[in-house]
Unconditional design. Sequence first.
Length: 118
Amino acid sequence: MTAPAPTSAADVRRLALSLPGTTEAPHFDRAAFRARRIFATLPRDGTTANLRLSPEDQAHWCALLPAALRPVPNGWGARGWTEVLLDRIELVDLETILQRAWLDAGGRMDERPLRGAT
């Protein structure tokens, strides 16, 4: 059995932008993905991503995947922002967690893509 391929920043971007109504825009030194609120950020180096989870979801996922997820080490982490180490998470897990962050940020499955959004 072969190990799954590492997840990449391109995977994060592709998955985030596949969620209805999601837009990407610069946010300080990162790319931010937004439904009604920002639910994910991606730094330029592409080694990690930060996801906005509820504190309960953060505790669940960090306990389930401790090698891949950890609270952001500051006050934002106490609010649910979670760092994902992309080389340590499987794509299927990232997709599930990213969808949860999107829903918590106001994403809706019945929402149409914004005109001109790519």
